[in-house]
Design a protein around this ligand. Structure first.
Ligand SMILES: Nc1nc2c(ncn2[C@@H]2O[C@H](COP(=O)(O)OP(=O)(O)OP(=O)(O)O)[C@@H](O)[C@H]2O)c(=O)[nH]1
Ligand SMILES: [Mg+2]
Length: 194
């Protein structure tokens, strides 16, 4: 097995083939999910109408091909979230509008539901605090406290093997986007090993 892994990694490094990863972007309405996916796919910003039907798209970062699903965040569409997360090889990206207190508090309950769910709780979860370009936004530490997730322990290498983290991003000025992609890349390696 070691020798197989060794050859696999050498071929990856040489760029002969790419890693595959699936991510599902969820979160309340207006969090910035579609704006982010469109930016990752095209490199451009665009205004979007609220998502009703899920968007599927792909983008590449380094040697990872990401297949991404962007789901609507309005209340009556949230039942779809679970259907798009079939197994613990899917990375859940949960976006939270870091400028909107009420939406942060509502997100807290959705995030705790995911973490305590028998199946979803086994999937890697990256929470993104969005819109950091806006002058009035909660910073990472505030958001961790408001969402009450500090007690779960954050990081890629948690004792239970399931990555959980919170990163801050802005699609408008692109702050945090590369850190987010690096996190997803490392997470893909962890999923592969598990
Ligand atoms: N300031 C700022 N606004 C943003 C950013 N990203 C998105 N927005 C704005 O947030 C609003 C909602 O963006 P969407 O991407 O449509 O949000 P969504 O999460 O897909 O919403 P639903 O499809 O309804 O679930 C739009 O007015 C965007 O222009 C950002 O990084 N900074
Ligand atoms: Mg949308």
């Amino acid at each position: 097995m070691f020798i197989v892994d060794w050859f696999y990694n050498i071929f990856l490094w040489l760029g002969f083939f790419k890693k595959e990863a699936k991510i599902v972007i969820i979160g309340l309405g207006n969090a910035g999910k579609t704006t982010l996916l469109h930016l990752l796919v095209t490199g451009n910003l665009k205004t979007h109408t609220p998502t009703i039907r899920p968007n599927a798209d792909s983008f590449t970062f380094g040697n990872v091909n990401f297949k991404a699903y962007d789901l609507g965040g309005q209340n009556n569409l949230r039942f779809l979230w679970k259907q798009y997360i079939p197994d613990n090889k899917t990375i859940i990206v949960f976006m939270v509008d870091s400028t909107d207190y009420n939406s942060i508090i509502e997100s807290k309950s959705e995030i705790h539901d995911i973490l305590s769910d028998e199946n979803l709780g086994e999937s890697p979860l990256l929470i993104l605090g969005s819109k950091t370009d806006a002058q009035a936004h909660y910073n990472r530490e505030n958001l961790i406290d408001l969402l009450d997730i500090r007690r779960f322990g954050l990081g890629l290498n948690r004792p239970n093997g399931v990555p959980l983290d919170l990163l801050m991003i802005s699609s408008v000025n692109k702050n945090g986007i590369v850190d987010m992609l690096n996190w997803l890349d490392k997470c893909t390696d962890i999923i592969k090993k598990n």
